[in-house]
Write a protein that binds this ligand. Structure first.
Ligand SMILES: C[S@@+](CC[C@H](N)C(=O)[O-])C[C@H]1O[C@@H](n2cnc3c(N)ncnc32)[C@H](O)[C@@H]1O
Length: 215
């Protein structure tokens, strides 16, 4: 992996129609969606947790036309941006956003989803939110479904990239319950749910895409 500039907490830009733009999503969405295309089966329904501006959802729906994409987020401003992106994209397989907060039960039937995707949320929420993500994903995925999570994660037996160490310190200074997670703690959460240990896919700028299968 490259030692690119470190991740940082960022400000978003707004368009007149309500769409928000995230500089990091602008940089990483091609690589993330290419990996999703590679990893996901031919068709299905994916619930995206913490979809933020909605930029990943739009590109995923475009590149995965046989998938139905359901973006969600907790924040009102994020939901407004996603709604604007969905209206602008006008794609039949991209659903309007739904409010979903990690820590709360999900408004979907058990075993009704083929995939759950979450990008850049585990480090910016308490570990209890990630535990809830794993529990709820395990309950709502069909057998054989997949949980995919993207972001910075400290990998065992490897030097911690300086940029991610600095980002971790910045997050913990903002809120002590935030922080870059370790692969070991995520594996433990997965195994406590009905998910497999993670398969690690290395991504640009010292990020990873982790895949957990629902057995
Ligand atoms: C850093 S942004 C990432 C957005 C987008 N996934 C991306 O990668 O660009 C974090 C997002 O997580 C959402 N979020 C934070 N805590 C959450 C929680 N407990 N439940 C659901 N969403 C949450 C925020 O509203 C925000 O949209």
């Amino acid at each position: 992996m490259t030692d690119d500039p470190p991740a940082r907490l960022e400000s978003l830009e707004d368009a007149a129609d309500g769409r928000r733009f995230s500089p990091s999503a602008g940089r990483n969405r091609e690589a993330i969606v290419a990996a999703l295309v590679d990893l996901l089966p031919a068709r299905g329904t994916c619930l995206e947790v913490a979809a933020g501006t909605g930029e990943h959802a739009v590109l995923a729906a475009e590149r995965l036309p046989t998938w139905t994409w359901q973006p969600t987020d907790r924040d009102r401003e994020a939901l407004a941006s996603i709604r604007a992106w969905v209206a602008n994209a006008n794609r039949p397989n991209l659903r309007p956003p739904v409010a979903l907060e990690l820590g709360q039960p999900w408004p979907y039937a058990n075993e009704s989803l083929d995939a759950v995707f979450a990008s850049n949320v585990m480090h910016i929420a308490p570990i209890a939110a990630t535990a809830s993500l794993f529990r709820e994903a395990a309950a709502h995925l069909k057998p054989g479904g997949v949980l995919l999570v993207y972001g910075p994660v400290f990998l065992p037996g490897e030097p911690r990239p300086a940029g991610n160490v600095a980002f971790d310190a910045e997050l913990r200074a903002k809120d002590p319950s935030y922080g870059v997670r370790t692969l070991d703690e995520l594996r433990e959460l997965a195994l406590d749910s009905r998910l497999t240990a993670p398969a690690v896919r290395r991504m640009p700028t010292n990020n990873v895409l982790l895949r957990f299968d629902r057995g």
